[in-house]
Design a binder for this molecule. Structure first.
Ligand code: UD1
Length: 426
């Protein structure tokens, strides 16, 4: 089994580049289904989730070509006039985000048969709000033999209130509404930068959307959309990961290509930890001179602190001066990460959706397992501030969302290698 072997002790120092956000790119690729013809997406990350999404679109009849422009990848998706409307389990189970093909497929073909993604290591992830919204627009939805089967004779605009500003539900409803008859209003819509990115691409394709970036989206359906060229929004979670890595290792990292404004609360936490934050024209710099001070974390929908930064924050807090309270409001099982980081000597106790982290001077290297993408990078950060060697297993999770993670870490002075494990076996 391949692992990341991290030898602790380095202070991260230097510059890294951030490219397009995984959580946007997957949705932009799915939205290409909405227009027959070519859609070109730029600033793509070279991650395994993009490869899987590509296979999914090819299975629906799209021709997909990749090219490299400078340091980033581009993909051109040619959607046919007649789409296949099925998404098979073997691909959907690998990336839960692939459920975002549901809205575009219903909008284009009036039907969809998409495998249910199933369980996830960060907790139960129901789709009830996706279904309720699409049903209000005239779609009949049933679960048949592990598939979501959807049919709409005519998609009609509707007034939809979400119980919670769900990213995925907002996206699926929005991508169906752009080709529906009449106007759809989504109240309590998610406002994540990735939603704004998708809205901008849809508008460039000819969609009519008002209220972009607010919690009320008003979408007036049009007869057809056309392909476009669009660069994905920078990955704020990857950028925030570097910020937390700088805090933990008392490092000095310049994050190029990031939007500091998308990380306002995370960067405020860096300042609370005693870090210096400098906003640059094309990113930001975080410099942490002394041992970080503890700060509390409450995860919330955007503009709140992202749940996807919670494990990285806990890694930094595990070596901070003081005690921190973490409140996880989105995914209860995310605290599985705490059991792993505890193996490294971190003092973390959980109770329901709260965790208390009492900072230690240092952690102690140990073999640990990544339970999801963000837990994986959280454990690598912990390894950087641990005495001795840490082996992080299940690194396919990290490869889903981080481009050449260990190379970038080495560029900052870390001792990290991808090796066959001596502990975990084959
Ligand atoms: C997306 C991101 C994920 C991030 C999350 C929250 C992708 C591929 N993934 O996931 O990395 O952590 O946003 O920022 O973009 N919920 C329901 N019913 C539903 C839908 C959601 O109860 O129909 C609940 C979920 O269980 C969760 C909360 O709503 O507690 C938020 O989920 P949601 O915003 O939908 O997350 P995802 O789109 O799945």
């Amino acid at each position: 089994m391949q692992v990341l072997r991290v030898t602790g002790g380095a202070r991260l120092d230097g510059a890294v580049d951030v490219v397009g956000a995984k959580n946007s790119v997957l949705k932009l690729m799915a939205a290409a289904l909405l227009a027959p013809g070519d859609t070109t997406l730029g600033n793509l990350p070279a991650i395994s989730d993009v490869t899987i999404m590509r296979q999914l679109l090819e299975g629906m009849g799209c021709a997909v070509t990749e090219s490299t422009v400078g340091a980033t990848d581009r993909v051109t998706i040619s959607a046919p006039e007649h789409l296949q409307y099925e998404a098979p389990y073997e691909l959907v189970r690998k990336i839960r985000g692939s459920i975002c093909v549901l809205g575009p497929l219903i909008a284009r073909t009036g039907r969809a048969k998409v495998a249910l993604p199933g369980g996830d290591a960060i907790g139960t992830r129901p789709l009830d709000m996706h279904f309720a919204g699409l049903e209000r627009m005239g779609t009949e939805i049933s679960i048949q033999h592990g598939f979501v089967v959807a049919e709409a004779r005519e998609l009609r605009g509707a007034s939809i209130w979400l119980d919670f500003p769900s990213v995925g539900a907002t996206e699926n409803i929005m991508t169906a509404a752009v080709l529906a008859k009449g106007t759809t209003v989504i109240d309590n819509a998610a406002r994540e930068p990735e939603i704004v990115d998708l809205c901008r691409m849809l508008v460039a394709m000819g969609a009519q959307i008002d209220g972009i970036g607010t919690s009320t989206l008003e979408i007036t359906g049009v007869d057809g959309l056309s392909g476009t060229t669009h660069d994905a929004v920078p990955d704020r979670i990857v950028a925030g990961t570097w910020a937390m890595a700088a805090v933990a290792t008392r490092g000095d990292i310049t994050v190029r290509g990031a939007v500091a404004d998308h990380l306002r609360i995370a960067l405020d936490k860096v300042a609370q930890a005693g870090g210096e934050v400098e906003v640059l024209a094309d990113g930001f710099r975080v410099a942490q001179a002394d041992r970080p001070r503890s700060f509390d974390v409450v995860t919330l929908p955007y503009p709140g602190l992202a749940t996807d930064l919670q494990p990285q924050a806990i890694a930094a807090l595990s070596v901070a001066d003081g005690t921190a309270m973490i409140t996880e409001n989105l995914f209860e099982a995310r605290f599985m990460f705490c059991d792993e980081i505890s193996r490294m000597g971190a003092d973390v106790r959980t109770d329901g959706h709260h965790a208390v982290v009492r900072g230690r001077e240092r952690l102690s290297g140990a073999p640990v397992r990544a339970t999801d993408i963000r837990a994986g990078v959280g454990l690598v950060i912990a390894g950087l501030v641990a005495e001795g060697v840490t082996e992080v297993a299940e690194i396919h999770h990290i490869d889903r969302g981080y481009v050449r993670f260990e190379e970038q870490l080495r560029g900052l002075g870390a001792d990290v290698e991808r090796v066959e494990s001596s502990t975990f076996g084959p």
